[in-house]
Design a protein around this ligand. Sequence first.
Ligand code: HEC
Length: 117
Amino acid sequence: MNKIYVFGAMAILLLGLTYCSSSKKAIAAAVPKTTYAATLAPVIADKCSPCHIPSKGGNKKAYDNYANVKADIDEIVRRIELNPTDKGFMPFKKSQKLAADTIAVFKSFKDDGMLEN
Ligand code: HEC
């Protein structure tokens, strides 16, 4: 009799664990990752234009391409987190920092593994 209870308890525990871990995976999959093409490129096209967008006449380092943004992400995040009066602040000569949720897009691109698509 005791063995049956123990077995039953273990089976319920196992089922519970399986259920929990699969529902966690489902939640993780439901939160879309920040990717260059889908999320970051439009922000850069808006906020870093024209200077960093060659097709808009910009002659600074091109950030309309994934490879450059990926290579420079640490420097990009460092500069957009500076204050407008600090040397090196981006976007250049603007009197205000980017909005916190815009800065967060650059950071989550990095945290999500710098995916292109
Ligand atoms: C009005 C023009 C202008 C805008 C808008 C602008 N930048 Fe810049 N950016 C510059 C100039 C000029 C330099 C070169 C001077 C310097 O390094 O501070 C530069 C340099 C940089 C560098 C260093 C590049 C290198 O060669 O190492 C980074 C990183 C950068 N910008 C990021 C950004 C980001 C991110 C944005 C948008 C949020 C942005 N900039 C918006 C003008 C601009």
